[in-house]
Design a protein around this ligand. Sequence first.
Ligand code: WT7
Length: 663
Amino acid sequence: MSSNAIQSVLVENRVFPPSEAVQKAARISGMANYQALCAEAENDYEGFWARLARENVVWSKPFTQILDESNAPFYKWFADGELNASANSLDRHMGTPTENKTAIIFEADDGQVTKVTYRELLDRVSQFANGLKARGVKKGDRVLLYMPMTIEGVVAMQACARLGATHSVVFGGFSAKAVQERIVDVGAVAVITANYQMRGGKELPLKAIVDEAIAMGGCESIKNVFVYERTASPYAKEAGRDVPFSELLAGQSTDCPPVPVNAEHPLFVLYTSGSTGKPKGVQHSTGGYMLWARQTMRWSFDVQDSDVFWCTADIGWITGHTYVAYGPLAAGATQIVFEGVPTYPNAGRFWQMIERHKCTIFYTAPTAIRSLIKASEADAAVHPNASDLSSLRILGSVGEPINPEAWMWYYKHVGQERCPIVDTFWQTENGGHMITPLPGATPLVPGSCTLPLPGITAAIVDEAGHDLPNGAGGMLVVKRPWPSMIRNIWGDPERFKKSYFPEELGGKTYLAGDGAVRSEDRGYFRITGRIDDVLNVSGHRMGTMEIESALVAKTDLVAEAAVVGRPDDLTGEAICAFVVLKRPVPTGDEAKAIAKELRDWVAKEIGPIAKPKDIRFGENLPKTRSGKIMRRLLRSLAKGETITQDTSTLENPAILDQLANTN
Ligand code: WT7
């Protein structure tokens, strides 16, 4: 066991129960209340979810059915109910005090602040929806979004939902190729984008990338590209196809009745990486998803009317869907939406913004925390204690395991030992939080996501599906369907079954793809990392196969490639690529130049986030006699470990020395 692992086990002894004040103020106060909810779910599973569905969702047609397991694992929830997700985010607040409350505090990259109330947001969403409708977008259509973090991004998502059009948001850091593949896979009728996005003082093109994507072919389904002119800079327009927002919105009324959809209607498709093949289009429902988006805001974050909530995730990821575009609005919260990056104009930006907007609930990723720790150690001016953070009451973490050291720093310096940290474990496929502490109930243990939310039947099993005792590491599963779960992989039901409900586990148990272990004393869950070929780099999910395919697509240069992850202090995991070239193994400057060429190539194929940190060249890859790449050996090499495995079957053991050199 590495010294890191030993330390992590040791520090599990530290426990931070909620203070009496926090506990008293919270919606779920104390463990007995948590346990009572768990018992309610256990005693009457469907009754429990039906209650939450009635409390959290405004139904235009109430449901009479709850869970339909007749076509498992294609589960249905509230299947005869009807609703609209936009009405559940906005219209529900009209005529209540929330109508004139600030919905979004937008802070632009350059620091400019814009606020919109719920009333104004509803007007903007309705007007936008009318614009889309006038251009032929209708219920059942798919619309691809490639947008910066702006109010307009949220408006565009909500406007699609208002019409019953299924949105598919692609993170603004993905490449033209990635955009093209998603347009084709989801069959989008339109793209909503911006001419440019502003990040860290730089103007980065978005529209030009959409043009490039469409020019790659196969995008005949696209009738229009709607363009938010974020900056005054010119961009190329294709007459007839491209429509700036000003034109889209001109003359449109701010009144647009929400289109009721069935509870199972796909609200969105969001692509995420798997262990094999191309990214999967994770299809979510409307009813069950909206239920959990609102309920988890109220449970995990204990959101109250006076809160100022800030989730730093981009709308291109699931966290930005559930905890920016839908959850906070459905819960009637005031939220901060931030366009820029945490290090511009300096690495104190997050803390300065918390002070400026009196943020009370702050939700970010361990990777951001780790990089800001580093920055504040180098420069006291950007340390959290240089800002007034007294408004904060709850902190959250998401996206990857948080190491106890980062947890302690976050707790001490950002939360000032006053704010509980909710370490929320969940996945794109889950729709919302699964395993997380409750701020007013759960005693916290650094590095542990603690216990499942009421109704979430998370468990740890062995390969045969048998429950494992506390202390034994195994596979994380969810035993019963829950309302906000993935409904399908867009256009690929077979892959859906195989990926998430494998026959080996009986075909009805949800397999998360993560390893986990429960603590001996409390039964708390700790996520130990992916058990498949999926990497988590800075909280971003990447498939090793995807990166390998991108590398070998450089056919003039690359003969073969294998990609593995290795631990990294800052990004959690780092991408390490082993490459066999169609030319002799390069060294020195030549190796560096080719490594750069390959990194740039991967950035073009997938996006800059997929660039391998390490690239190693060899004249072959280590393989078994049957030709299988010995990935375990590659993982050891990537970590810089001495090879202790049996290498006698290798054709040419000398390649191990070659592959030890990083470029
Ligand atoms: C994977 C899902 C929906 C959250 C954003 C990422 C890892 C996520 C935690 C956590 C340990 C975590 C898992 C999971 N992960 N949150 N609190 N502790 N690991 O969503 O891109 O679908 O990635 O992120 O490995 O499987 P995603």
